[in-house]
Ligand binder design. Structure first.
Ligand SMILES: [Fe+2]
Length: 370
């Protein structure tokens, strides 16, 4: 055996972080948020906590400035062995988040890369939970504790977990907006479908009632203010898809008036190039809405530990990239020095680091229609 063959694995072993089980969910070693120019952002959604999550190592090894966790960071309400949902309690929520806190793969990522997070249904606590969820306060505290939200943070006081931060120097500001699509959400309208048919595809139908609520008044007011802040690049992330609307799963299309309100708000706000991000569907795709009124891109990545080919085959008339239905995360690379003006390259990346598809856009192609 050559010496190098022996030494390299030994050095690699020594360089591994020492995995110490967290005493509690907020007892993790985490990377603090970046202070310099942002050039790389990774995001993903949908990971079972009780199975290995090697893709978190692939994410970390790409050295992003930030990782955005866009929902279903755990499946708190699902027994993976028995394949059945169950009712959560504060104790089961704590127990399941602790499994993620102790995951060597999660620790590998969170000790190296700063994380911002919002939730979807399963990490909120129930697959159908919305504004009426009985454990919403407890779940919020546990979620914010897990993601090391400071005690004096505004997020601790506001209803919901929506969040926004601006990174970088004055001429390279990137704003990250994380929406909360669970805390204020009314139950979407169920589709009429044949007795016995189930599954997530086709479950809901659009509800055009003016009272149908997804974000809620407080979050809309907050969002309006955030969208007035001038930045070089704005990224708005939602747990569920914003543009694609033909799956009739959990998606913004179930709330058409709320969706129109979001698009109009983006258009009427300060004209900052804007990119939408989403998760939830267990595969990856890019959707583009290009009309005389709107010019928007929604980059979806979902499926860190599991994916779904059937969902990926569902029609999406807005799709311009994908579907990619192997394990994946999304990656955004910003080139501030591009000859034609700053640009972003969006990449869907698989477990082994291979790029499944990519799309490059200059900032000025992400601007709103006036
Ligand atoms: Fe999921």
């Amino acid at each position: 055996m050559k010496l190098a063959q022996f030494i390299i694995p030994v050095i690699a072993f020594i360089m591994q972080p020492i995995i110490v089980p967290a005493q509690s969910i907020d007892d993790q070693s985490v990377k603090t948020l970046p202070t310099g120019t942002i050039t790389r952002i990774a995001f993903g959604s949908c990971a079972f906590q009780s199975v290995p999550q090697p893709i978190f190592r692939t994410v970390a090894n790409r050295k992003p400035d930030l990782y955005l966790s866009l929902g279903d960071a755990i499946y708190a309400d699902y027994d993976l062995k028995k394949k059945i949902p169950y009712d959560v309690t504060r104790q089961t929520l704590l127990r399941e988040w602790k499994i993620l806190a102790d995951s060597p793969d999660w620790q590998y990522l969170s000790s190296r890369v700063a994380v911002m997070a919002t939730w979807d249904n399963h990490d909120y606590g129930h697959y159908q939970a919305g504004e009426a969820f009985s454990l919403k306060k407890e779940s919020k505290k546990i979620f914010l504790d897990f993601f090391s939200e400071p005690d004096n943070s505004i997020r601790r006081q506001s209803a919901g977990i929506y969040d926004a931060k601006i990174f970088g120097p004055d001429n390279k500001r990137v704003q990250i907006i994380l929406l909360d699509t669970r805390s204020f959400k009314m139950l979407p309208k169920l589709a009429q479908r044949p007795e016995g048919s189930g599954g997530s595809l086709g479950k809901f139908t659009p509800n055009s009632d003016p009272d149908a609520r997804l974000l809620g008044d407080a979050q809309w007011k907050w969002l309006e203010k955030e969208l007035k802040k001038p930045v070089q690049l704005r990224i708005i992330a939602s747990s569920t898809q914003i543009i694609a609307d033909q799956k009739h799963m959990d998606e913004w299309g179930n709330f058409p008036l709320e969706r129109k309100k979001l698009f109009d708000l983006i258009n009427n706000s300060f004209n900052s190039p804007t990119l939408l991000l989403s998760g939830n569907v267990h595969f990856s795709e890019i959707s583009e809405l290009k009309t005389k009124d709107y010019n928007l891109i929604d980059f979806t990545s979902s499926g860190l530990t599991h994916t779904n080919d059937t969902y990926a085959q569902a029609t999406n008339k807005y799709r311009i990239k994908g579907p990619f239905s192997d394990l994946n995360f999304g990656f955004i690379e910003i080139d501030w020095e591009d000859d034609n003006g700053p640009s972003i390259t969006l990449q869907a990346i698989g477990l082994d680091g291979t790029v499944a598809y990519s799309l490059k856009k200059n900032f000025n192609a992400l601007s709103m229609v006036k």
